[in-house]
Design a protein around this ligand. Structure first.
Ligand code: FCB
Length: 459
């Protein structure tokens, strides 16, 4: 942690071996930053509902105001331009554009993303649009949400609305962000909307999201000329926390759910062997072919490995144990282990053979602004340096990584942790909504510049 100010450091290891089309970016999501929850016709999402349940979110926080990005997006685009990113991954709030989730579109909601997309393009930043970052319209949840097989078609219809509206300017689309996280926590492990604890519901939700993915890929492909399509998966090595056989079995089971339940059917047309029997009752004959549609890239989000124990506290029979005592942790308590990043990049490259974009990586830290407005965040710089170095090592080993997006541009609403955890390159002073770039903002900007100066032309 004593590495000195960013400018005194040697440049990161393998920047010069990246090709000129390598994409540097930042990621955010709608509910976590937009605010304006009740403005311009936006309908409620399951996160509006869930965050109002007593005791679910630290500090009783909600996304009602968040970073007020809905009104301050120009300032945020200007920050990105200053940072020097090539691309920005954001998500569309489904209930902002279709307040009930289906049926009537909300022109004012659609117009917001027009403004955002146009501002990005004017700033020379490529928009990467993710259709679903967890904020399902509450109206659809009232009809069963993802546990209703029809939800796959509702999602595909929403994808068509988005493709037709923005497909002239946006070419990069992701269907889902981290479907494993949303389904596992939302339907069995607890802590996320819609707050259901039921394994059968979980299995149905998994399968219907996969059907929604396949149907949306077809719609996007059909409507957007030159589209570049993918899905975004959270991939983490699942290690047993002890040598006990039951903990090993629990780690294997979590691996099947977490790392396999979505990419395996989407990219290989099968459910992981450990889940195949459980999924069978929900499959109709042609389903796997409908789910497994050709995509162009693999979006990989990674933060840390899991240490897993057997447990009877939930219907899956597993829980999260402790990392070895000498492993450092972030303020979220997540282990900081850059080797696990290299390991999972290599594993996903071998398993699926698609070009990989790292669509989220970053860390939380209890940042404090100084009286002069500077925000020192050396632990975040150390994390990002170690993790980008691990990625450069993977690339040197032959892993086809084409881009890297930091989570996140801004501190934001961190789900169950509310505003208590800060992941941003930019500090949010929530009472005033002032944005203060942190030291890591400069560090990441320098990394992008160093790389740009030594770009190797692609052949
Ligand atoms: C990921 C989520 C993202 C954010 C980061 C810290 O799992 O995709 O919204 O919460 O974790």
């Amino acid at each position: 942690m004593n590495a000195g100010p960013p400018s005194d450091r040697p440049p990161s290891r393998f920047t010069s071996s990246l090709t000129s089309d390598f994409i540097w970016g930042v990621s955010t999501s709608s509910y976590q930053i937009e605010g304006a929850a009740n403005e311009d016709g936006r309908g409620p999402s399951i996160w509006d509902t869930y965050s109002r349940l007593p005791g679910k979110i630290a500090g009783g926080d909600t996304g009602d105001i968040a970073c007020d990005h809905y009104h301050r997006y120009r300032e945020d685009v200007a920050l990105m331009q200053k940072l020097g990113v090539d691309a920005y991954r954001f998500s569309v709030a489904w209930p902002r554009v279709l307040p009930e989730g289906r049926g009537a579109v909300n022109e004012a909601g659609l117009a917001f993303y027009d403004r955002l997309i146009d501002a990005l393009i004017a700033a020379g930043i490529e928009p990467w649009l993710c259709l679903y970052h967890w904020d399902l319209p509450q109206g659809l949840q009232d009809d069963g949400g993802w546990t209703n097989r029809d939800c796959a078609q509702w999602f595909a219809d929403y994808a068509s609305v988005i493709a037709r509206r923005y497909g002239d300017r946006v070419k990069r689309f992701a269907t889902f962000n981290e479907p494993s996280v949303f389904t596992l926590f939302g339907y069995s492990l607890g802590g996320q909307a819609p707050g259901i604890v039921d394994r059968a519901m979980l299995l149905r939700a998994i399968h219907h999201m996969n059907l929604g993915h396949g149907a949306a890929i077809d719609r996007l492909r059909e409507a957007v000329a030159g589209a570049s399509l993918g899905a975004i998966h959270n991939c983490q090595p699942c290690r047993p926390a002890t040598e006990k056989p039951e903990d090993r079995a629990a780690a294997d089971m979590l691996d099947a759910y977490w790392n396999g339940a979505f990419p395996d059917p989407q990219l290989r047309g099968v459910y992981p062997p450990l889940l195949a029997e459980a999924m069978a009752p929900y499959l109709k004959p042609d389903d796997l072919a409908q789910i497994c549609r050709p995509v162009d890239w693999f979006g990989l989000n990674h933060y840390s490995p899991h240490y897993v124990v057997a447990s009877d506290r939930n219907p899956l029979g597993l829980w999260f144990g402790s990392a070895p005592a000498d492993v450092p942790r972030s303020s979220m308590g997540w282990p900081v282990e850059p080797d696990a990043f290299r390991e999972i990049l290599t594993a996903m490259h071998k398993r699926y053979g698609l070009p990989i974009y790292v669509t989220e990586n970053g860390t939380a830290h209890a940042d404090k602004p100084q009286p002069n407005g500077e925000v020192p965040d050396e632990p975040r710089i150390s994390y990002l340096k170690a993790y980008t170095d691990a990625m450069f090592d993977a690339i040197a080993d032959g892993v086809d990584v084409r881009g890297y997006f930091v989570w996140s541009l801004l501190d934001n609403f961190e789900w169950g942790s509310g505003y208590s955890q800060r992941f941003g390159l930019v500090y949010m002073d929530y009472p005033t909504l002032r944005r203060l770039p942190k030291a890591s903002f400069r560090w990441f900007g320098d990394l992008i510049k160093t790389h740009s100066a030594s770009r190797v032309p692609t052949v």
